[in-house]
Ligand binder design. Structure first.
Ligand SMILES: Cc1cc2nc3c(=O)[nH]c(=O)nc-3n(C[C@H](O)[C@H](O)[C@H](O)COP(=O)(O)OP(=O)(O)OC[C@H]3O[C@@H](n4cnc5c(N)ncnc54)[C@H](O)[C@@H]3O)c2cc1C
Length: 440
């Protein structure tokens, strides 16, 4: 992966105009170089990576700063939804992405509670009626590779942003710690795509409104056998919930626990956890012994939040930085990428013209805020009415007759798949690039 392109560096003649309070790198290190670009994107996750690609295809200069040295992430979202596949199709990249190793989830069921699949993507009217389970690292590597074909794109790995450059109340770039010292990037627009613990958001003084979902998730893997059922499923039993996602030769499993109860689960011991897993999915009895060490489990502290205003002069927040989503429905990546597409649709022309105003930034928020709030509302409802109920060992999980009836009506039956697959409304790529292909 590419690191610093020193040949593109121009020493900044106006460096002295940056207030010392915001340009000091740690330990008062001198800045090794100052880069100039039109758009500086912080965070090489799904949102930042796709937005970088779409802007670079439009001939807009982009520098993408990613704190980590690679894209390797265990148990991050690996779900590529129908809406994202359609977006990739519009960018002419879906077929190549689907060449990467993946599995397809066409249905998700709640066996023991509802007879038919609760979510059936195969009925969606799309070329891609499934969720592709594709390792996020592979997906990001691919998009980064595509973006690097454009001369306007510059990716800097191991670039940890720690300061904002603020002049006359406007964010004019960032300072970051690289592998070999401190650097700065000056830009017309800075995009915070640095995830749910966004440093840029904090530095800009934007506070997220947090809601507290009642659960955390322990992710782990067990072998999958060809005779096992396909797709995704969730099972409730005795105050526990297990989510199982088909990854061909492994099951990706999510053991849902009460928020903050991990230490209790741990104190009860691995044997107790294994027993609970078998109660939830008896078919795993012959392989649950593979779970021998707590290091095989990853704790996801579930969080849901959103910021009131997604922008400040010179700065826009997208993806998890603007709204961390609960894992219900696994829509985090979908929403992060949809934000990126809308940002590219709205901002490409003003960025090229060098005239990005607060109105443009507000337009991105306007288009994305309603879908985000609607889905977060639905997630809260499911967490409080279904998951919290299911995690209570005193309660027996049942599906009310009215819900059973509604799920037989074709239009209603397809709502969960539509909402998970596409969100509240679909997002499409708008402009054409200079070579005539569709782009951001
Ligand atoms: C354990 C786990 C499982 C998940 N499972 C799913 C799932 O199955 N499906 C789903 O849709 N979603 C899932 N999610 C959520 C999903 O990963 C996020 O919603 C999605 O990745 C958000 O994309 P993003 O680009 O906004 O942010 P992120 O993917 O969080 O990317 C942010 C990037 O910014 C970088 N960064 C952070 N700080 C700095 C800094 N100071 N300087 C430079 N770079 C920085 C980070 O290294 C990271 O690469 C899961 C999340 C977790 C934690």
């Amino acid at each position: 992966m590419q690191t610093y392109k020193d040949q593109d560096t121009r020493q900044d003649p106006s460096l002295s105009t940056i207030p010392p309070a915001v340009r000091q790198p740690p330990d008062d290190q001198p800045l090794r170089a100052v880069y100039h670009t039109t758009c500086c994107i912080v965070g090489g996750g799904p949102a930042g990576m796709l937005l970088s690609l779409m802007l670079a295809r439009q001939g807009i200069q982009v520098i993408l700063l990613e704190a980590h040295a690679d894209f390797d992430r265990e148990f991050r979202g690996d779900t590529v939804h129908p809406s994202v596949l359609e977006i990739l199709d519009e960018l002419g990249m879906a077929e190549q992405v689907l060449q990467l190793r993946h599995t397809k989830i066409r249905q998700a069921a709640l066996p023991g509670l509802i007879k038919n699949p609760l979510v059936d993507f195969s009925r969606l009217k799309t070329r891609y009626p499934y969720v592709a389970m594709l390792p996020q690292a592979d997906f990001l590597e691919y998009i980064a590779g595509e973006a690097q074909r454009y001369p306007h794109f510059q990716l800097m790995m191991g670039a940890n942003v720690h300061e904002l450059i603020i002049e006359d109340g406007k964010i004019c770039g960032v300072c970051f710690q690289g592998k070999d010292g401190a650097y700065a990037v000056r830009s017309s627009l800075t995009i915070a795509a640095d995830g749910r613990f966004s440093r840029v958001r904090k530095l800009a003084g934007i506070e997220p409104i947090k809601t507290s979902p009642p659960m955390d998730v322990l992710w782990f893997k067990l072998p999958r056998q060809p005779s096992d059922p396909e797709g995704g499923m969730g099972r409730f039993a005795k105050g526990h919930l297990l989510i199982a996602l088909d990854r061909t030769d492994t099951w990706q499993l999510g053991y849902v626990i009460w928020k903050g109860s991990f230490q209790q689960v741990r104190a009860a011991g691995l044997a107790s956890l294994r027993q609970s897993i078998v109660e939830l999915m008896p078919a795993l009895a012959d392989r649950v012994d593979k779970l021998q060490d707590w290091k095989q489990l990853s704790l996801l502290s579930v969080e849901s939040s959103r910021v009131r205003r997604w922008y400040k002069p010179g700065l826009l927040l997208i993806g998890d930085a603007a709204h961390a989503m609960s894992p219900v429905g696994g829509v985090g990546i979908n929403y992060a990428i949809q934000d990126a597409v809308v940002a590219a649709n709205v901002l490409s022309a003003p960025l090229r013209a060098g005239r990005v105003s607060l109105c443009h930034l507000a337009a991105v928020q306007r288009r994305r805020e309603i879908p985000t709030r609607v889905i977060q509302g639905i997630q809260t409802l499911i967490q409080e009415r279904v998951i919290a109920h299911g995690l209570n060992p005193q309660q027996v999980m049942t599906v009310p007759p009215l819900v059973r009836f509604l799920l037989r009506i074709p239009f209603v039956r397809d709502i969960p798949a539509r909402l998970i697959g596409f969100g509240v409304w679909p997002v499409h790529v708008r402009h054409r690039s200079q070579d005539g292909r569709l782009a951001g």
